[in-house]
Design a protein around this ligand. Structure first.
Ligand code: PLP
Length: 406
């Protein structure tokens, strides 16, 4: 094993608790991850010692707070290897980030008759904002199809481009299946067609190194709470050349330069896109989460999670009556399955009674589930603080579910 799993588990206080009087197994990490003590303590320290609103304050604490907030921006910049700090915009999460881009970019560049490409693997938050944009502008959505393993059909993708394509919005890793898309290649295809790409990185940044310059992504969006950071935090990376051209989304304080009743001019990047008081406590907590991930090592995290994936695939496929879906070749440690003759919701409720948290349902991907003619699955999503023993516990609980329904 590449790293000290006992130590890692001790860094996450919540993992030590019991649920239904059983040791707690948390397999709902794609919904949100748990937080290491370091992140919790970092945020406590702000409220105990340095809390003050940021930017434009002339007093001591405002200055400290502003510095910490801007240092967090630099931490994020380095983490994703953005070229400039001002290409990193803080939002409340992936959903807010995609809405921001769909609105701002759409306002400037999308008109009647235009087309937007998304994929069959998208979370609702990378479908609905584009659909609404299409409705506002009279544009239409084109959807990249998938095969039975939950992998995108790249040849079909290439055929979707036309002179009317304005943007591609694509998930890096799908939350319903764990499929990792070949985003670098797909960005290359879009760029050869003169089309920019937004990548939804909500399920990717916590599982392996993301380098936005190497990918050549035009926008890269993610959430803090899915990467061991606080809720209500997120990031939009955008290329400076595009961010300069598109209008702000939300307006108000912070994002302005001069305001008169006749006209308002906007602040420079990134503040043009950060209206109002940002979640500076959360953002500083997010930087602490990134430092934790970096110290643990993204390569070690990825290889340990691959061990979990291989072990889980082996153990779950040994269970009679368990249908494991979407064994894409390139994927992260997410297992989506159904038990023959048992509703996922019923199974999930019983599994919970064994102290194991899994998620059941359509995982905010209804069109995807429809494609396979199912209402939903049981999803176990694992990260680097999970263990093979916990997978064994899940398998035992599944056997109990089967017994109860036999
Ligand atoms: N995109 C993907 C791939 C997701 O998995 C999720 C959440 O599960 C989102 C977007 C939305 O993220 P948030 O709810 O943090 O805005």
């Amino acid at each position: 094993m590449a790293f000290d799993i006992e130590k890692i588990r001790n860094d996450f206080p919540i993992l030590q608790r019991r649920v239904h009087n059983k040791p707690f197994v948390y397999f709902d990490n794609a919904a949100t991850t748990q937080k290491p003590l370091r992140v919790i303590e970092r945020m406590d320290k702000i409220y105990l010692e340095t809390n003050s609103n940021i930017h434009r304050g002339i007093h001591y604490l405002s200055d400290v707070s502003t510095r910490q907030f801007e240092e967090a921006r630099e931490t994020v910049r380095k983490f994703i290897n953005a070229g400039n700090d001002h290409e990193v915009i803080f939002t409340s999460g992936t959903t807010a980030g995609i809405n921001m881009v769909a609105f701002s970019y759409g306002e400037k560049y999308v008109s009647e008759g235009d087309e937007i490409i998304i994929s069959s693997l998208e979370h609702h938050s990378n479908i609905v904002p584009w659909q609404m944009l299409c409705e506002r502008k009279g544009a239409s959505l084109k959807v990249i199809p998938i095969n039975d393993y939950g992998e995108l059909l790249i040849d079909e993708y290439e055929k979707l481009f036309s002179s009317k394509t304005r943007i591609v919005a694509l998930t890096h890793v799908a939350n319903s299946t764990g499929t990792k898309n070949p985003v670098k290649k797909m960005i290359g295809t879009a760029h050869r067609n003169g089309v920019p790409v937004l990548v939804d990185g909500a399920q990717a940044v916590q599982h392996g190194k993301v380098d936005v310059q190497e990918l050549d992504a035009d926008f890269y969006v993610f959430s803090g709470h899915k990467m061991y950071g606080p809720t209500g935090t997120g990031v939009v990376y955008g290329k400076e050349s595009i961010l300069e051209e598109i209008p702000p989304w939300q307006t108000g304080g912070e994002m302005v330069d001069q305001v008169t009743f006749g006209k308002t001019t906007f602040n420079r990047l990134p503040f043009k896109f950060e209206a109002g008081t940002p979640n500076y406590t959360g953002v500083i907590g997010l930087a602490a989460a990134i430092q934790y991930i970096e110290e643990t090592g993204l390569n070690d995290i990825a290889s340990y999670e691959k061990e979990l994936l291989d072990y889980g695939n082996k153990r779950l496929s040994e269970i009679d009556g368990l249908n494991l879906f979407w064994e894409a070749e390139n994927k992260i440690s997410i297992f989506s399955f159904i038990l023959e003759g048992i509703h996922p919701y019923d199974a999930g409720m019983i599994i919970d009674k064994y102290g194991i948290a899994v998620r059941t349902g359509n995982h905010c991907a209804q069109p995807f589930m429809e494609r396979f003619g199912i209402g939903g699955t049981i999803r176990a999503s694992l990260v680097f603080y999970n263990t093979c023993e916990e997978i064994d516990r899940l398998c035992e609980a599944i056997e109990k579910v089967k017994e109860m329904f036999s």
